[in-house]
Design a protein around this ligand. Structure first.
Ligand code: PEP
Length: 255
């Protein structure tokens, strides 16, 4: 049985004081929702403050990125070891990292391995660009991204995958539930080939891309879709709480 999972990616938004305010606004609403794993990913500079605020709650903390080395002369980078003191999760391979910062599949693979060996759980993002989608290359791209990211990874039991078509991120043009479910099923088939069927069956795969409280139901009513990675809508407390609440209800966790 896969526990539904909803994560908020705040991206490069919120000053520390704003992050604290946002946590205060959503803490009670989120905390009372059971049966969904809830993960917030604020910017690095807010992790310490948010970690303290979430300490006695059911809400978990994630980072948005990390470097793959543990320590050393890498000015400006943040290591998995440093994050492991503060977070349980880390988003890796987000399309904004791939396309604005040149992260290749090979770099993502190094990061996945470094995260796991430092006891961080990766939320691995994959997804095709608009031109690739239009050229019918979605499966080819996603297959390559998943296969390379997981190359020589010993165990995927701590991994969550987010299928995020690049054309749907921050555009207000979400994929349809059917489109997302079909690609997620395909990812599960890829995992079954790489590992085995039961491992693929147990791994949670989310949809991400312009998810809001108005369209979350369309995604999570598909049994293949285990939850959502939410960007813009996770910066609004009421909106994000509603997304998590609907996930819990639709997945049968609360009435
Ligand atoms: C994201 O940043 O992962 C994302 C899905 O963003 P948005 O929900 O704003 O499209």
């Amino acid at each position: 049985m896969r526990i539904p999972f909803v994560s908020g990616n705040w991206k490069m938004n919120t000053m520390v004081t704003e992050a604290e305010k946002l946590i205060l606004e959503m803490l009670d609403g989120l905390d009372r929702i059971e049966g969904v794993e809830k993960v917030l990913c604020p910017p690095f500079v807010s992790l310490v403050a948010v970690n303290m605020m979430l300490r006695d709650s059911s809400i978990k903390l994630g980072a948005q990125n990390m470097y793959f080395e543990t320590k050393g002369a890498y000015t400006g980078e943040v290591s998995p070891l440093m994050l492991s003191e503060l977070c349980e999760f880390v988003i890796l391979g987000h399309s904004e990292r791939r396309w604005y910062f040149g992260e290749t599949d090979e770099i993502v693979n190094k990061k996945v391995k470094a995260a796991l060996s430092n006891k961080l759980k990766p939320i691995l993002c994959v997804g095709e660009r608009l031109a690739e989608n239009e050229a019918g290359k979605t499966k080819e791209v996603v297959n390559r991204q998943v296969t390379t990211a997981l190359d020589r990874v010993d165990s995927v039991s701590d991994l969550v995958i987010a299928y995020e078509p690049v054309w749907a991120i921050g555009t207000g043009k979400a994929a349809s539930g059917e489109q997302a479910a079909a690609t997620i099923q395909f990812i599960r088939d890829v995992l079954a080939k790489l590992w085995d069927k039961s491992i693929a069956q147990d791994l949670r795969i989310l949809y991400g891309g312009s998810v809001t409280s108005a369209n979350i139901a369309e995604f999570i009513s598909h049994p293949e879709i285990d939850g959502a990675l939410v960007g813009g809508a996770s910066l609004k407390a009421e909106e994000f709480v509603s997304i998590v609440e609907q996930t819990a209800k639709i997945k049968g966790r609360i009435r």
